[in-house]
Design a protein around this ligand. Structure first.
Ligand code: ADP
Ligand code: AMP
Length: 215
């Protein structure tokens, strides 16, 4: 299965992608995670990307298309993949189209998660991630253990630098200007499946799985 998870910041793309990865045995490809790894490693690409990420702006199409093109050619993507957070602009979608033609892996579905703005802000401000294993939590909706630590590895939970209110506002604006037009782009290709992302995590997962199976 080759799918894209589309939706604004905080819609639940990463949460759902991790669950789909386990269910279908195909990798989650999160450009945000890859860029944060590059920032941590202080690679030249990470150093370049950090400024944009901290400001809630998009990293250049050239950089993200390059990392996705390379990633999709790896062995574990042969049976399919879940793109999370990519594409985010029309040029990225055009570039992806060409990459998928080159590797003969057409998309099966583009799942768009619909979530109200107020809920997005609440989800983003309460989001926490394990510093050690990367597992995601939410202080209210998907809480960590009683000790406030990761339920999988006991690691310390941290808040992303860009999950502060000011940056969140900018990320929402960037989403509406640059990413939301992708809904029409993929609707025109007959690939878009719209899902109500307001339900709880398990119910959203069930709706996505059903939509993918119906396709
Ligand atoms: P995205 O990858 O789209 O930015 P995440 O998957 O990281 O979003 O989710 C943002 C936050 O919202 C996380 O803390 C996650 O635990 C929480 N979350 C995800 N899905 C839901 C949901 N259906 N209901 C409530 N909270 C959710
Ligand atoms: P995310 O983890 O998907 O919320 O992404 C965090 C940040 O990484 C974004 O605000 C952007 O700065 C950057 N980023 C992630 N994916 C992309 C992309 N496809 N195009 C451009 N920038 C991206």
């Amino acid at each position: 299965m080759k799918i894209i998870l589309l939706g604004p910041p905080g819609a639940g793309k990463g949460t759902q992608a991790t669950m789909l990865e386990d269910k279908f045995g195909i990798p989650q490809i999160s450009t945000g995670d890859m860029l944060r790894a590059a920032v941590r490693a202080q690679s030249p690409m990470g150093v370049k990307a950090k400024e944009c990420m901290d400001a809630g702006e998009l990293v250049s199409d050239e950089i993200v298309v390059g990392i996705v093109r390379e990633r999709l050619q790896q062995e574990d993507c042969q049976g399919g993949f879940i793109l999370d957070g990519f594409p985010r602009t029309i040029p990225q979608a055009d570039a992806l189209k060409q990459v998928l033609i080159d590797i003969a892996k057409p998309l099966d579905s583009v799942v768009s998660l619909q979530v109200d703005t107020d809920a997005l802000v609440e989800r983003l401000t309460g989001r926490r991630t394990c510093r050690q294993c990367g597992k995601g939590f939410h202080l209210k909706f998907d809480p960590p253990g009683a000790d406030g630590r990761c339920t999988v590895c006991g690691g310390e939970l941290v808040q992303r630098d860009d999950d502060c209110e000011e940056t969140i506002r900018n990320r929402m604006q960037v989403y509406h200007q640059q990413t939301a037009p992708l809904e029409d782009y993929y609707r025109a290709e007959g690939l878009l499946q719209v899902i109500d992302g307001m339900a709880d995590i398990a119910d959203v997962q069930a709706s996505i799985v059903k939509a993918l199976q119906d396709k």
